[in-house]
Write a protein that binds this ligand. Structure first.
Ligand code: AMP
Length: 188
């Protein structure tokens, strides 16, 4: 891995042009250090373990390679899952995703507890491209056929350390046991 320098640009990652438009619309001029380190190997399909604090730009570091990969082939099933410890974080990631994917046809949805199931069921049935979820509520949905996630290709565990601290390990294990074995995994 090469480290990020201030002269590095998002264009140097060979991201899909629609994603570069999204990045530009957000006003991002240069990749942050975690983006410079994580995006190239993620674009090559490698598993990545990234240590980066909130505020470092880690969300775009994993979302951009995911959106780039998903933009290559047809949609209709959920192919990427981001697990996050809290509903606030899940909602924030889903918002960031909508901004970055604004100029693509890719879709995302957040699934978390404390709100009604129905809109989340509808999103899962539609086969949103990227699902952002807290573990407990996702398991509630995974009892049903509409949330089988059989086409999953990419998994992100965001704030994995916090997820463990909060006692989510058994839930995360159960989710992993139901996902396809062949997949790219990103741990932040
Ligand atoms: P995160 O660490 O992913 O929560 O991101 C923290 C904040 O940094 C968010 O408001 C992002 O929109 C912003 N951000 C992410 N990447 C960049 C970048 N390359 N340049 C400027 N701001 C960024």
């Amino acid at each position: 891995m090469s480290s990020s320098t201030p002269t590095e640009t998002f264009a140097s990652f060979s991201l899909h042009p629609a994603l570069l438009d999204g990045v530009r619309a957000l006003g991002f001029e240069h990749p942050t250090p975690i983006q410079g380190l994580a995006i190239p190997p993620l674009m090559r399909g490698r598993d990545v373990l990234g240590a980066a604090a909130t505020g470092s730009g880690k969300t775009a570091a994993f979302l951009l390679p995911i959106l780039h990969e998903l933009s290559k082939r047809p949609r209709g099933t959920t192919r990427a899952l981001v697990l996050a410890p809290t509903r606030e974080l899940a909602a924030q990631i889903a918002d960031h995703l909508k901004d970055l994917a604004r100029h693509t046809r890719l879709t995302g949805a957040a699934v978390f507890g404390g709100v009604g199931m129905a809109p989340q069921v509808a999103a899962l049935r539609r086969g949103v491209d990227v699902l952002v979820a807290t573990p407990g509520r996702l398991l509630d949905h995974m009892q049903y056929d509409y949330a089988r996630l059989a086409g999953l290709e990419i998994l992100v565990l965001d704030e994995a350390d916090r997820m463990l601290d909060m006692g989510f390990l058994p839930d995360v294990r159960r989710i992993l046991g139901k996902l396809p074995q062949r997949r790219q995994t990103m741990l932040f």
